[in-house]
Design a protein around this ligand. Structure first.
Ligand code: C2E
Ligand code: MG
Ligand code: MG
Ligand code: MG
Length: 287
């Protein structure tokens, strides 16, 4: 019995040490990454990947979402979840976000001229970036410099843009609309989502978060929420996109629920601009 207790204690202690070490390592990683972030933009280490968005009923290619990647010289490809929050903490998100906007507009114009017409590109906008004065001017100059029609740019914001008051956010979205740029509400259903946002914000599209989609064929509760949001969004004149489609059953389910557009690994993963040019008109290619 003594032995068992000792070994359990030891095990417990080891677990603690391992855990502590792990946290320390993660924190050190973050400090190093934060440091590297300062030179990454200047050293041209960021890339944009594009993920197809398709029509639910047909699988026809209807748009792209630009997703940033960091090609770190030592660590390889780093996903945005690892560094966007850091960039937001340091303020680096402002120049980085501007770079994303300009690069996405440039790529969209290149794809358009190369024959991929009518394919709007959606760009994720951090709330800090959105609410900063000068944002509208940044959008306009990105469009102008790329020679991109504003209808081919879409901005994805989240409800966190509303944290410091809804009125100024509404004004900004109206101004973008006036420029011809459309706005989508991303990750809807997570965080502090309120149904009244769908009513009050002059957006044209709502993106249902992946969290509701992954078990839509097995969770009646999530299916009910998704159906409710789709129906209501349609009554409000909004398009609905579902994110994170990984299986055919999810596509079929969402199509049956009248969801307009779908995005997910089932159709295609995010890819470089050059690969977008090779895509067939309908996805997935095998179906
Ligand atoms: P998001 O805007 O909701 O983008 C969708 C995320 O879901 C992407 O992750 C995409 O790769 C992933 N995804 C798409 N389909 C599937 C699927 O079928 N299964 C699974 N498991 N995942 C799928 P990613 O590229 O890692 O981006 C994560 C988040 O980082 C984005 O979420 C967005 O909030 C942020 N982000 C990405 N690029 C930018 C950017 O340029 N600027 C800003 N401010 N944020 C960005
Ligand atoms: Mg997005
Ligand atoms: Mg999203
Ligand atoms: Mg998301």
């Amino acid at each position: 019995a003594d032995l068992a207790v000792t070994s359990a204690k030891q095990q417990g202690r080891n677990t603690w040490h391992w855990y502590q070490g792990d946290i320390q390592r993660v924190t050190e990683d973050m400090v190093l990454l934060r440091h590297d972030l300062h030179t990454a933009l200047h050293d041209d280490q960021f890339e944009l990947f594009y993920q197809p968005i398709v029509e639910a009923v047909s699988g026809r290619l209807r748009g792209l979402e630009a997703l940033i990647r960091w090609r770190h010289p030592k660590k390889g490809m780093i996903a945005p979840g690892m560094f966007i929050p850091l960039a937001e903490q340091t303020g680096q998100i402002i120049p980085l976000g501007r770079w994303v906007l300009r690069r996405a507009c440039r790529d969209a114009a290149i794809m358009c001229r190369a024959g991929r017409r009518d394919l709007p590109v959606a760009v994720n906008i951090s709330s800090l970036q959105f609410r900063r004065s000068g944002f509208l001017a940044d959008v306009q100059s990105a469009l102008d410099d790329a020679g991109l029609p504003p209808e081919l740019l879409e901005l994805e914001i989240t409800e966190s843009v509303l944290l410091n008051g809804a009125e100024s956010a509404i004004e900004l979205i109206e101004a973008l609309k006036g420029m011809g740029v459309r706005v989508a509400l991303d990750d809807f259903g997570t965080g502090f989502s309120s149904l009244s946002y769908l009513r009050d914000l002059p957006i044209h599209k709502v993106k249902l978060d992946r969290a509701f989609i992954h078990d839509i064929t097995t969770s009646r509760n999530n299916a009910a929420i998704v159906q409710g949001i789709i129906t209501m969004a349609h009554h409000l004149g909004l398009l609905v996109v579902a994110e994170g489609i990984e299986e055919q059953a999810q596509q079929q389910d969402l199509d049956r629920r009248q969801c307009d557009l779908l995005q997910g690994f089932y159709f295609a993963r995010p890819m470089p601009r050059e690969a977008v040019m090779q895509l067939p008109d309908r996805l997935p290619a095998s179906a």
